[in-house]
Ligand binder design. Structure first.
Ligand code: NAD
Length: 365
């Protein structure tokens, strides 16, 4: 059972686009005007995903006129500013014009990179995302943030460039490694806590094995997409509300940078960050104890935080003080006044952060 193919439409001030979600969604490409109306297509695909799904990808795109394949090496280190130039040169050499479009096939790395290429090429051509990780389907392909890294930092250079179309084909997920799946689940759980009640119910009614079944994954992607679309529609350029999507990321980013991006996945770092934010919310009397328990139980049930792991509060606080979210000298959090009621830009006293981090170490909670 693979579940239905469904559509979520995103309506921002600058763009309207469909996200088509489900098993076989890729086949829709051949009939969509966003694809057919372009003279040429630059197909930017992850090397790994292309090797795993070559026939399936070719079946969807081989009939398109003027299609050129550009393979991208996987890994965050390849999502960089200097790496963009050979792709842009290659597009020019193949005769791409303003009537071309970029189609990015891969995880969030390829999505961010291909969106960046499209935002720059000849001052901007359309990008179509074909996300192939759960994180890219549930989160990064939606909302038009594109970015590359420079030596001074991650995601420093980029543009808001909304996609023309997103094709979230859940068939790709069959080959996704478990750890990568967890990265996407953490972001979907975040959407559940922030306000997508359907996702909250889904996570409470299922377990980690269910979440890998294609029809359940399709539901997770659909509900997550619907939620992220609703936030992006209200705040396209992250001027306010969109900041709620950083829930769990104040501590999450500090943890990743403290661990130098080794030995912890992004999903686990965000899950630890959510536990900390939940703990702080409860300590400040914002989050009722039964909701706090329910959220911790979801994070544990899906194995998003390894049991028995502890984290040094002093070092993490040090990293948080230097992070951009601490602008103004205070460390700022997205907190919860109950499930579905986030409040952003909340300055939190360090003693509450310390207590919440120590609780994770002590009880696994
Ligand atoms: N633009 C945004 O709003 C936004 C939001 C969140 C994250 N991001 C960015 O997304 C990136 C992380 O994305 P990600 O978690 O998808 O990582 P990723 O793109 O690095 O993919 C993870 C790994 O999975 C492999 N892979 C992809 N699809 C596969 C499949 N179907 N089967 C088997 N292997 C597959 C990739 O080759 C890679 O090795 C980061 O660069 C982050 O900055 C962007």
């Amino acid at each position: 059972m693979a579940g239905p193919v469904r559509t979520v439409t995103v309506r921002t001030r600058d763009a309207h686009y469909d996200i088509i979600i489900g098993s076989g969604a890729l086949a829709e490409a051949a009939g969509r005007r966003e694809v057919l109306s372009r003279d040429r297509i630059a197909l930017v695909a992850s090397e790994r995903v292309y090797a795993l799904h070559r026939d399936y990808i070719e079946a969807a795109f081989s009939g398109l006129p003027g299609r050129d394949l550009f393979l991208m090496r996987d890994g965050e280190e390849n999502k960089n500013y200097r790496g963009a130039e050979p792709f842009l040169d290659g597009m020019l050499a193949k005769g791409h014009t303003r009537q071309s479009a970029v189609i990015g096939v891969g995880g969030g790395v390829v999505g961010d990179f291909s969106g960046f290429l499209a935002a720059l090429y000849m001052r901007g051509i359309p990008v179509i995302h074909v996300p192939t990780t759960l994180l890219a389907m549930a989160d990064s392909s939606i909302g038009g943030k594109t970015a590359v890294n420079i030596s001074a930092g991650k995601n420093i250079i980029g543009a808001f460039h909304q996609p023309a179309l997103v094709l979230s084909d859940t068939r790709f997920l069959a080959t996704l490694p478990v750890g990568e799946y967890g990265n996407g689940l953490a972001e979907a759980v975040k959407h559940a806590f922030l306000g997508e009640k359907g996702l909250m119910d889904l996570f409470l009614a299922n377990g980690p094995e269910d979440a890998r079944r294609e029809e359940v994954a399709g539901e997770i992607v659909y509900l997550s997409s619907r939620f992220k679309a609703s936030v992006v529609e209200r705040d396209e350029k992250e001027e306010g509300l969109r900041a709620i999507l950083n829930f769990g990321h104040t501590v999450g980013h500090a943890l990743e940078s403290y661990m130098e991006y080794r030995g912890i996945t992004h999903g686990e770092a965000v899950a630890v960050g959510m536990k900390a934010a939940i703990g702080i919310s409860a300590r400040l009397g914002l989050l009722p104890p039964d909701e706090e328990r329910m959220m911790r139980e979801i994070l544990d049930r899906y194995g998003l935080v390894s049991p028995g792991r502890s984290f040094p509060a002093d070092e993490l606080l040090e990293h948080m003080r230097y992070d951009k979210k601490s602008a103004g000298g205070l460390i700022r959090f997205v907190l919860l006044k109950g499930a579905g009621h986030p409040v952003y830009n909340q300055a939190v006293e360090e003693k509450f952060i310390r207590e919440a981090l120590e609780q994770i170490g002590k009880s696994g909670g």
